[in-house]
Design a binder for this molecule. Structure first.
Ligand code: ADP
Ligand code: ADP
Length: 229
C-alpha cells in the first residue's frame, strides 16, 4: 500500500508560468524518495500536488494505480501525512496540539490513539519529559521540540505515505541530527517523500531526484549522485 507515481506531471500556478514540467517519479510502496534542489525548484509544489492542494495541468499522479483526482479528499488526507518546515502550534497544551484535527480529542484519546499507532516512535518524537508536559499550557517550546510535536501529530494518523517537507532544515545541525534519527525510524516501512536542500541530509534515501527549475535534472542513489559530482 502506498505506491506513488507521477507520470509526466506539469503544473503552473499561473497558466503562463510553468513551475513543473515532465516530472515522472516512481516510488514503490514502503520505499523512500528524496527530492533535492535549489530554492524555487518546485519541491514544495510537487508535495502540494500529491496532497491535492492543486491539480496538475498535464499528466497524472497515482497511488496504488488510482489517479488521485478520483480519490476522495478524506481518503487522501488519511493516506498522506505531512510534516512541514514551520510548524505553527496553538497556544494550548502539547496534548491538544498533537491531537488537533481529531474531533473532541482529549489527552487520554491522544495517548490511546498513540498506542494504537506507533507508541515508541510517538514517545520518541515528543519533547523530553512528555509525561509531565503534555497537559501543561503555554509552554515555550524550542524549534526542535515544535518539530517533534508536528511529527507526533502526523504519526497519530499512522499514514502509509509520509511527506517531510524540509522538516528539519530550520533547525541547528545537532537538533537536526537528533530528529533525523527519529524520522528515519518512523519512515521505515512507509512510502516516504523527503524534501531537502542538501544531499548530505538524505544519505539513506532509496532514490534521490534532483529538481532544477521544475524538471528532474538527475536521479540515482546517493553514491551515484556523489560520483557524478
Ligand atoms: P521549492 O520548494 O523548491 O523552494 P516551490 O515549489 O516552493 O519551490 O516554488 C517553485 C516556484 O513556484 C517558485 O518560483 C515560487 O515562487 C513559485 N510559487 C510557489 N508557490 C506559489 C504560489 N502559491 N503562487 C504562485 N507561485 C508560487
Ligand atoms: P515553502 O516553499 O516553505 O512551502 P511558500 O510556499 O510560502 O514556502 O513559498 C515558496 C515560494 O513561493 C517563496 O519564494 C514565496 O515567495 C513564493 N510564493 C508563495 N506564495 C506565492 C504567491 N501567492 N505568489 C507568488 N509567489 C508565491
Amino acid at each position: 500500500d502506498g505506491h506513488v507515481r507521477f507520470e509526466e506531471v506539469a503544473f503552473g500556478y499561473e497558466p503562463e508560468r510553468i513551475i513543473l514540467k515532465g516530472v515522472t517519479l516512481d516510488v514503490p510502496a514502503g520505499t523512500s524518495l528524496a527530492v533535492v534542489g535549489p530554492s524555487g525548484a518546485g519541491k514544495s509544489t510537487l508535495a502540494r500536488l500529491l496532497y491535492r492542494f492543486y491539480d496538475p495541468t498535464a499528466g497524472r499522479i497515482t497511488i496504488d494505480g488510482q489517479d488521485i483526482a478520483q480519490v476522495k479528499q478524506d481518503s487522501l488526507r488519511t493516506a498522506i501525512g505531512i510534516v512541514p518546515q514551520d510548524t505553527v502550534l496553538f497556544n494550548d497544551t502539547i496534548g491538544y496540539n498533537i491531537g488537533y484535527g481529531r474531533e473532541g480529542a482529549t489527552e487520554a484519546d491522544v495517548e490511546s490513539a498513540a498506542k494504537g499507532a506507533a507508541i515508541d516512535h510517538f514517545i520518541a518524537a515528543l519533547p523530553q519529559g512528555y509525561e509531565s508536559m503534555v497537559g501543561e499550557r503555554g509552554l515555550k517550546l524550542s524549534g526542535g521540540e515544535k518539530q517533534r510535536v508536528a511529527i507526533a501529530r502526523t504519526l497519530l494518523k499512522d499514514p502509509p505515505i509520509l511527506i517531510l517537507d524540509e522538516a528539519t532544515s530550520a533547525l541547528d545541525s545537532r537538533t537536526e541530527e537528533a530528529i533525523q534519527a527519529t524520522l528515519n525510524d518512523v519512515a521505515r516501512n512507509r512510502t516516504t517523500i523527503v524534501i531537502a536542500h542538501r544531499l548530505s541530509t538524505v544519505v539513506g534515501a532509496d532514490q534521490i531526484v534532483v529538481l532544477d527549475a521544475g524538471r528532474v535534472a538527475e536521479r540515482g542513489t546517493h553514491t551515484e549522485l556523489l560520483a557524478k559530482g
